[in-house]
Design a protein around this ligand. Structure first.
Ligand code: SAH
Length: 395
């Protein structure tokens, strides 16, 4: 059947719904959302039916008079309603038989200002499945949702998760799909971006050229002032040793609109992907996330390693590769048992993820070869590790 798809403006217009069961309830809600004035005729009313006037009686042909549109959802009297509508040249959507209906109600969804409206050969379930899949693709940025440029520049700091692009949030994907400029770190997940997106890599590669923080901030502000939508894509979470606050402040000072999208930090993802629960009932009631970028005793360090040793619980160390011997020694000196289990998880969530399990005493030797990026997990929970390795054995 050849059909003309159409979006109707129903604000203030009278629409008649015949029937008050589940289908009628769903459609009445859609009509109300479109601003229609809905009258319902039905001898019975289903539970939870929307709050609209219901004439509790059988349908009469003259109920159609004055209606712009009629939805017949009775299951039994739809043919009769359709006939009364045809006589008055009013559109009628029959819920019983698509093939006999002069108008179809599509499965719809809206994402931003895009309205999806799907029919699928008269099979409503197929239409709903397709609608859901399309809406998801739009939401996560697999389909181009991008609007033409609005003129107002902005910066969004996005936590991209620990590395596997599957672990980015839906919001992160959506924001990326709308970006004009992406400024990314070395540990940010690699995602496919359209060719017209300007990609600036400001990652500090060991031995390679590196960006000063103030130059990164100046770049964000400059591109936003050009009216472009800038995404600052970082590894893990923006505020976990990510210098996110400095970049937010730079934008605020420059009067550039700025938003932050939280991300899954490697401090949590790495233990999980190594099969280690960061807390476990009866084993530990706390976990601490600590930066190991300065060794114990360094004048710049503000970490009290002996206090951490006494604190117990799970310790999660980031940026600790290279300082591990000094850190383990400081923890043992502070009173943590030398046999405390330790796991070092490198390239967590990536295909090349590797985990070394050892103890505080033996870690300097056993984990001596591990290269950054790695997360170190210290505590009894490491002994609960199970062999399932989601990185290599995806669910
Ligand atoms: N904001 C990030 C951390 C930045 S500091 C986050 O929330 O994850 C950089 C440190 O993060 C690295 O030295 C390493 O300790 C850790 N890291 C980040 N990604 C990692 C990964 N995929 N595997 C292991 N460690 C990772």
């Amino acid at each position: 059947m050849a059909l003309l798809p159409l979006h109707l403006s129903l604000a203030g217009k009278r629409v008649l719904v015949v029937g008050a069961g589940a289908v009628a309830a769903r459609r009445t809600r859609s009509l109300l959302a479109a601003g229609a004035r809905v009258d319902v005729v039905s001898s019975e009313v289903g539970e939870g039916f929307p709050d609209v006037p219901v004439a509790r009686r059988a349908f009469r042909d003259d109920d159609v008079d004055g209606a712009w549109l009629v939805l017949s959802c009775t299951g039994t009297a739809d043919a009769e309603v359709a006939l009364a509508c045809a006589a008055r040249q009013v559109w009628c959507v029959r819920a019983d038989t698509a093939a006999l209906s002069d108008a179809w109600m599509p499965a719809t969804a809206s994402v931003d200002d895009v309205v999806l409206s799907v029919t699928a050969g008269g099979d409503p379930r197929r239409a709903v499945r397709l609608r859901d899949a399309l809406a998801l693709s739009l939401e996560v940025g697999e389909l181009p949702l991008r609007r033409s440029r609005s003129g107002a520049g902005s910066v969004v700091l996005v936590g991209g998760g620990p590395g596997d692009p599957d672990l980015m949030t839906v919001r992160a994907r959506r924001v990326l799909a709308g970006a004009d400029v992406v400024v990314c770190d070395r540990l940010a997940p690699l995602v496919h971006l359209p060719e017209d997106v300007e990609v600036v890599s400001v990652g500090k590669t060991p031995g390679g050229p590196s960006w000063f923080q103030r130059d990164i901030e100046a770049l964000l502000v400059d591109r936003a002032r050009q009216g472009r939508r800038v995404v600052r894509l970082k590894g893990g979470d923006v505020h976990v040793f990510g210098r996110g606050h400095e970049e937010v402040t730079a934008c605020v000072r420059a009067g550039v609109p700025v938003e932050v999208v939280p991300g899954l930090t490697s401090a949590l993802a790495a233990p999980t992907y190594a099969g280690i629960p960061v807390t476990a009932r009866g084993v530990t009631q706390s976990f601490s996330v600590v930066s190991g970028h300065l060794p114990p005793g360094d004048p710049g360090s503000t970490v009290d390693w002996s206090a951490l040793a006494r604190l117990g619980g799970t310790l999660v160390l980031l940026m600790a590769v290279g300082r591990l011997p000094a850190i383990c020694a400081a923890l043992v000196d502070g009173g943590r048992a030398p046999a405390t289990p330790v796991a070092v998880v490198a390239d967590a969530t990536m295909p090349q993820q590797r985990t070394v399990v050892t103890t505080l005493e033996r870690a300097p030797v056993d984990a001596g070869e591990v290269r950054a990026p790695a997360v170190v997990v210290i505590g009894e929970v490491v002994a609960l590790r199970h062999e399932w390795d989601p990185a290599r054995d995806p669910p």
